[in-house]
Design a protein around this ligand. Sequence first.
Ligand code: SAM
Length: 286
Amino acid sequence: MAGRSTTTAGGPQGAAPPRTVRYREGPHQLVRGDCLKVLRRMPAESVDVVVTSPPYNIGLRYSTYNDTLDEQGYLDWMMAIARQVRRVMKPDASFFLNIAGSSAQPWLPFELMVRLRGLFALQNHISWVKSISIGTETFGHFKPVNSHRYLHRNHEHLFHLTRSGDVNLRRLDVGVPYMDKSNIARRGHRQDRRCRGDTWFVPYETVQGKAQKYNHPGTFPVSLPQMCIRLHGRPDAVVLDPFMGTGTTIVAALREGARGIGIDLDSGYVDIARERVRAALRESGA
Ligand SMILES: C[S@@+](CC[C@H](N)C(=O)[O-])C[C@H]1O[C@@H](n2cnc3c(N)ncnc32)[C@H](O)[C@@H]1O
């Protein structure tokens, strides 16, 4: 555990944000605090990959954060954070933004993206598929929507934003083998691997209760940020998650040999994140 500082800026709810507390777990830094405040203090052009899932403003029940802002307030707040994210990104960095709408606010992710156009190029738009039915078989998990009007929401957006739109990626590092192996010789490919495209089926692991999801209402599976970090493909990358929650992105960074920086408002979630990172460090033998 290292330095402490006091925050002054108001959060989106107008409540005083908590004091910033920084923790070190191996090479990773976990911060309890308001990400806007913490980002403002980070050096410019110091981050290789940002992977994050902000609150979606859909009324999820977080421990501290109130996920029901008015739409304009939410968009303004997200833009202030995005400006800081852009500032700390290296010129060839990647920003993977995971977000979804809801039946009540279906336009919100698109409204946000239109605003973000002033800051970033939309280099790729990945659909994160959580569940899919092929023929009569269903794979993965979804939260059912009880409605006569709306379909179950089985996918979320994963927007890949960059400063220039011209960032080289290591597509084959997250690629898949060819189905038709004759393509390899016929087309002169050097390996049995092709780009997997922009539809990623990444199911949640099967869990028996909320405790196995760390009692957090909005986690993503660790393989999602792992694929993002691998796709960006820079050795010794610095990976940032300004809305780290239970530390999934930091665990992913650790597994990919990268260095993670995670920030969350809630001290309970930061404690869980620290415990997960310690366990992953033990697993890796570090
Ligand atoms: C969708 S969750 C992220 C979950 C994370 N991807 C995981 O797998 O655990 C969004 C997180 O943002 C945090 N949060 C909300 N406002 C924040 C702020 N101003 N600064 C930092 N974190 C904030 C919430 O506490 C919540 O844990």
